[in-house]
Design a protein around this ligand. Structure first.
Ligand code: HAM
Length: 433
């Protein structure tokens, strides 16, 4: 590598996705999209930046994301914009702006794309990461909560993953949270001296968030704290029990985790995470829940919603840890080698004919000798080499070499595709037997 160029590095907390990882990513996305489409979700793509207020109002101004992690900038027109730290608030912005309710509710939408949070980078925590997420907007039916939880479960099973747990909780609504927060604050005042600075602030502004603190001293101090599930109002309790019953009916194994709270303020009632063994501190591969006030927070009418997002980098790591090989990388069908002196146009024409017949094909662009071209074809894992040039070229023929059997023959140009197809089909037939 050129020493001058190599001083540039990807920004901290970001990375390049390079073949074959890029191939694994494509494969897991394809299965993810198929799973979502099977459940009746349709894709939406929103811009990667939004007006900053979409996130401040949506996620909540006292959350860690909004206070510490957003990439916010003023553009040349003086507007405050933010690279999206998550996908739910933008989807709701689009739902309202485009009046998506008019084409029927619930609107079942999914998205994939990069998200940006200026967190302290560590394994599984990046500043640019990717989420595959889904949102069902417009229904408060507990059946849709259970559907939303069952989708990542179906998806992870399809991928062959086993070592994960689904944890669920209900964090109530405004009615039950108000009295609960009073009790929680009273408790936190008693243990104030044992809390970290952040949790002391949280206990004033957003006391539920103390359950999300990773400090051991805080965890100890709040081990006896009252939990929201003991304070749910009748409506929230009934809703939660229905969701759990439906998860049982769907065969989605789950555990109730009364201390599960989420890092975004928009949640109400159902909250859940998919936790993978062996991923270390950042072990949540998927998180989500219900957000019955978010649409109003962004200026819309009272509208329920529920959704999830999967962290794709963590999912790829989980797949790797479980030893799953996502894709058998496709081979290059044909490498077109040229005898010295053969017109480049003849090589390009052969390539184009092969590719038009849906055979993957490549050639030499480095002026290599025929021997070096054969070595390169092997390095690329090609199945066949077609040699263009020499006397055969004058007669309208090419040499076809099968790199698996090391046999070769001379063919008329117009027989080439047919012969390659015959060999490939015979081979795939034998593999399927
Ligand atoms: P979240 O829990 O903040 O929820 O993120 C969802 C998932 O994104 C996490 O479980 C994790 O796998 C991944 N993730 C989050 N931050 C990072 C990071 N810095 N580096 C790598 N992966 C990360 C949400 O974003 C909500 N919008 C989910 C939702 C959708 N709720 C309702 N609908």
């Amino acid at each position: 590598m050129n020493a001058v160029l190599s001083k540039f590095k990807a920004p901290k907390g970001t990375f390049d996705i390079i073949y074959p990882d890029s191939e694994n990513l494509e494969m897991i996305l394809r299965i993810g999209y198929e799973t979502l489409i099977l459940h009746g979700y349709r894709r939406i793509s929103t811009p990667i930046f939004e007006n900053t207020q979409v996130f401040v109002r949506g996620i909540g101004e006292d959350t860690d994301i909004v206070t510490k992690q957003m990439y916010t900038f003023e553009d040349r027109g003086g507007e405050s914009l933010t690279l999206r730290p998550e996908g739910t608030a933008p989807v709701i912005r689009a739902y309202l702006e485009r009046s998506l309710h008019s084409s029927g509710v619930p609107q079942k939408l999914f998205y994939f794309g990069p998200m940006f949070r200026r967190e302290r980078p560590q394994a599984g925590r990046y500043r640019q990461f990717h989420q595959l997420g889904a949102e069902a907007i417009g229904s408060d039916d507990p059946a849709i909560d259970s559907e939303i939880i069952s989708i990542p479960d179906a998806y992870f099973r399809k991928l062959g993953l086993k070592k994960y747990r689904v944890i669920v909780n209900s964090i109530g609504c405004v009615n039950c949270r108000k009295p609960y927060v009073t009790f929680l604050r009273e408790f936190l005042e008693k243990v104030d001296a044992e809390l970290c600075d952040d949790c002391r602030k949280r206990s004033q502004k957003n006391p539920l968030r103390v359950f999300d603190c990773k400090e051991e001293t805080c965890a100890r101090a709040i081990s006896e704290a009252p939990v929201i599930s003991d304070y749910l109002c009748d409506g929230c309790r009934t809703h939660f029990h229905s969701v759990l019953g439906m998860l049982d009916a769907l065969g989605v194994g789950h555990e109730i985790e009364p201390r599960l709270v989420r890092g975004l303020d928009y949640y109400t009632r159902t909250a859940f995470e998919f936790i993978f063994e062996g991923l270390g501190a950042q072990n949540a591969v998927c998180g989500g829940g219900r957000y019955d006030y978010l649409v109003e927070a962004l200026g819309g009418p009272p509208t329920s919603g529920v959704g999830f997002s999967i962290g794709i980098e963590r999912l790829l790591r989980a797949i790797d840890l479980e030893g799953i090989k996502p894709v058998k990388l496709p081979r290059l069908d044909v490498f077109v080698a040229a005898v010295e002196g053969t017109p480049r146009e003849a090589v390009l024409r052969t390539l184009s004919i092969l590719r038009s017949a849906s055979l993957s094909a490549d050639t030499d662009f480095m002026g290599r000798s025929l021997k070096a071209q054969m070595r390169h074809a092997n390095r690329l894992g090609a199945r066949f080499v077609v040699i263009v040039g020499g006397e055969e070229f004058e007669r309208g023929e090419v040499v076809l070499r099968d790199l698996d059997s090391s046999k070769q023959c001379t063919l008329k140009n117009n027989e080439l595709i047919h012969r390659i197809r015959l060999v490939i089909e015979a081979k795939s037939g034998a593999n399927n037997e």
